[in-house]
Design a protein around this ligand. Structure first.
Ligand SMILES: Cc1cc2nc3c(=O)[nH]c(=O)nc-3n(C[C@H](O)[C@H](O)[C@H](O)COP(=O)(O)OP(=O)(O)OC[C@H]3O[C@@H](n4cnc5c(N)ncnc54)[C@H](O)[C@@H]3O)c2cc1C
Length: 473
C-alpha cells in the first residue's frame, strides 16, 4: 500500500515533506505548510472549536503540549455561538444536591455570571441550568484561547483532508483557508468536529443511524417583538402559531425558546425542524439550512398575519444562526458503545470522563420524547388528527433510582486509533443514550478528558486506548 492510500478526504499527492502535490494525482492541488515549515508541527491538533474543542486544547496545552486549534467558523463556541443555542444544563444531580460537573464548564459559567452574561437557574432544574449570552461566551472563549500558553488558533480553517502514515496513525490535518490548502502536522489529533470529519477522512470506523432515525435539526434565530405581541394578544404563543389553522405550513408543533441575557425584548427561537437529513452529506446539510430558514420565514409571517401590530411593531428577525443546529450525524465506532441502560440506570465506569443529569431528549420529525432518570417519560407529537401529549413510566418506582449518569473514556476512542480521540456528540452511544450525552455540559467534559489524554499519550508514548486520565486529577 502506498502512502497515498492513507490520505483521506482529498486525493492529495505523495510528496513527503514537500509542499506541492503532483498534478496527475491531485488534479493540480498544492498543499503548503500552515506556518513556516519549521513552525507548523504541533504536538496536538484539535479539529473543531466548540467548547468541546477549546476545552480539549486548553487541557492539552496546560499539560505542556503545543496545540493547533482548527475551526472552520470565524469564532469559537460551535452550536452555542454559531447556532445561537443559549442553554447549558445543570451541573448538579437531578435532585440538585450533588455538584457533579466542575472543571472548565463550571469556571466559564461562573465567569459569565460575573460578567452579567449568564443567569443560573435552580440546581434541580435539569431542563436548564444556565441561560447564557452566546456572544459573551464567544468573546470569553477567545480570551481563554489567547491567554493559554501553547495554543495556536486557526479560524476560518476547514479540515479538508487527513494524512496518515499507517492505519490509525494520523500525521497531518490538511485545512482549506484563505491561503489555499495547508498542512498542519501533529503527533496526536482530536476530532471535535461534531460530524467525525477527521475520523472519516482518516478511514477510522464510523457509523450512523438511517436518516429517518436521526434526530431532527433546527435553524435558530433571535427575534424582536415577541413581548409586545404577547402583551396585546394573550392567546399568542409560538406553540399556538404552529397549529395548522394559522397557515405556517409546518408538520411539527414542538419548539422552544429563551430570553436573551442582557437584551430586553429579544427572544431566542428554536421552532424550526428539518427531519430525515444526514448533516455529514453535503446535499442534506444544504437542505437543512435552506429549509430551516424557509420555515422560520413562514412562522414569522404567520405571526405577523394573524397577530398584527400597529406601526411596524410586529415580529422581526434580528439574527439568523450562522450554522443550522445539528443534533445528530456520524458517530465513531469505539472501544465501547455506551448504552441507553448505562445512562438511564446510572451505571458507573472505572474510566469515567463525564457526568451528566440531563434527560434523554429525542427530537423526532413531528415531536419530542423525554425519558427521565426518575423512571418517567413524556412524549409530544403531531399527526393528521392533531397534537398529542403522553406521559407515564418507562420504569417502576424504586428507592435506588439514579440522579446522574457517567460517560466512559472508551466511547471516545475510535477502534484502531493510535493517536486520535473523538469527544463530543460524535461519541459512540446508542440512540437514546445520545439524546442525553450530546448536550453541551457533557461534550465540554469529554473535550477536557480528550485534551488530558492526548497530552498523557504523548508524555508516555502510549496509544490513545491506554491514555485515560482519571477525572479526579
Ligand atoms: C437546535 C439545538 C438545540 C440544542 N439545545 C441544547 C441546549 O439547550 N443545551 C445543550 O447543552 N445542548 C443543546 N443541544 C445539543 C448541543 O448543542 C450539541 O450536541 C453540542 O453542542 C455538540 O457539541 P460538539 O462540540 O460535539 O459539536 P458542535 O457544537 O457542532 O461543534 C463542532 C465544531 O467543529 C467545527 N467544525 C465542523 N467541521 C469542521 C471541519 N471540517 N473543520 C474545522 N472545523 C469544523 C464547527 O464549526 C463547530 O465549531 C442542542 C442542539 C441543537 C441542534
Amino acid at each position: 500500500m502506498t502512502r497515498k492510500d492513507f490520505i483521506g478526504g482529498l486525493a492529495l499527492g505523495a510528496a513527503g515533506a514537500a509542499i506541492a502535490a503532483p498534478a496527475a494525482e491531485a488534479g493540480g492541488l498544492a498543499v503548503r505548510p500552515a506556518l513556516s515549515p519549521d513552525a507548523c508541527e504541533f504536538d496536538v491538533v484539535v479539529v473543531g472549536g466548540s467548547c468541546t474543542g477549546v476545552f480539549a486544547a486548553i487541557r492539552a496545552a496546560e499539560a505542556g503540549a503545543r496545540v493547533a486549534l482548527v475551526e472552520m467558523a470565524g469564532g469559537f463556541g460551535g452550536t452555542a455561538t454559531q447556532g445561537l443555542v443559549p442553554i447549558w444544563h445543570s451541573l448538579y444531580s437531578t435532585d440538585g444536591k450533588t455538584k457533579i460537573i466542575k472543571g472548565l464548564t463550571d469556571e466559564v459559567e461562573r465567569e459569565l455570571v460575573r460578567r452579567g452574561e449568564a443567569r443560573l437557574e435552580r440546581p434541580d432544574n435539569f431542563a436548564r441550568g444556565a441561560v447564557i449570552n452566546v456572544a459573551g461566551l464567544q468573546i470569553l472563549l477567545d480570551e481563554c484561547v489567547m491567554r493559554q500558553k501553547g495554543i495556536t488558533p486557526f479560524l476560518h480553517a476547514r479540515l479538508a483532508a487527513v494524512e496518515s502514515d499507517r492505519p490509525g496513525h494520523v500525521t497531518a490535518a490538511v485545512v482549506a483557508d484563505k491561503a489555499g490548502l495547508r498542512r498542519i502536522r501533529g503527533k496526536f489529533f482530536i476530532d471535535a468536529s461534531g460530524d467525525a470529519d477527521l475520523c472519516r477522512f482518516a478511514g477510522l470506523p464510523t457509523w450512523k443511524l438511517p436518516k429517518d432515525m436521526m434526530q431532527a435539526h433546527t435553524l435558530c434565530a433571535i427575534l424582536s417583538g415577541y413581548d409586545a405581541i404577547r402583551a396585546k394578544y394573550p392567546k399568542f404563543s409560538f406553540g399556538e402559531i404552529m397549529k395548522p389553522e394559522y397557515g405556517a405550513g409546518l408538520k411539527h408543533m414542538f419548539g422552544w425558546g429563551a430570553d436573551v441575557i442582557g437584551a430586553k425584548g429579544l427572544f431566542f427561537h428554536a421552532y424550526t425542524r428539518v427531519a430525515g437529513c444526514d448533516p455529514s452529506i453535503p446535499e442534506d446539510l444544504t437542505r437543512i439550512e435552506i429549509e430551516g430558514r424557509a420555515q422560520l420565514r413562514r412562522i414569522v409571517d404567520a405571526v405577523n398575519r394573524n397577530f398584527p401590530m400597529p406601526d411596524g411593531g410586529g415580529l422581526a428577525i434580528v439574527a439568523l444562526a450562522a450554522h443550522a443546529g445539528l443534533r445528530d450525524s456520524c458517530h465513531i465506532d469505539s472501544l465501547y458503545r455506551t448504552t441507553t441502560d448505562d445512562i438511564l440506570l446510572g451505571r458507573r465506569f472505572d474510566d469515567v470522563i463525564a457526568r451528566g443529569s440531563y434527560r434523554v431528549d429525542i427530537h423526532e420529525g413531528t415531536g419530542i420524547t423525554f425519558r427521565y432518570l426518575d423512571g418517567t417519560f413524556e412524549r409530544t407529537f403531531s399527526d393528521e388528527k392533531g397534537h398529542h401529549y403522553e406521559k407515564g413510566r418507562w420504569r417502576e418506582k424504586s428507592d435506588d433510582l439514579p440522579t446522574w449518569y457517567e460517560i466512559p473514556y472508551r466511547s471516545i476512542v475510535p477502534k484502531g486509533s493510535e493517536n486520535v480521540l473523538a469527544p463530543g456528540r460524535i461519541l459512540d452511544c446508542e440512540r437514546d443514550a445520545h439524546g442525553a450525552c450530546r448536550v453541551m455540559v457533557n461534550c465540554n467534559q469529554m473535550g477536557e478528558a480528550a485534551g488530558r489524554a492526548a497530552a498523557n499519550a504523548l508524555a508516555k508514548n502510549i496509544p490513545a486506548a491506554n491514555a485515560y486520565v482519571s477525572l479526579s486529577r
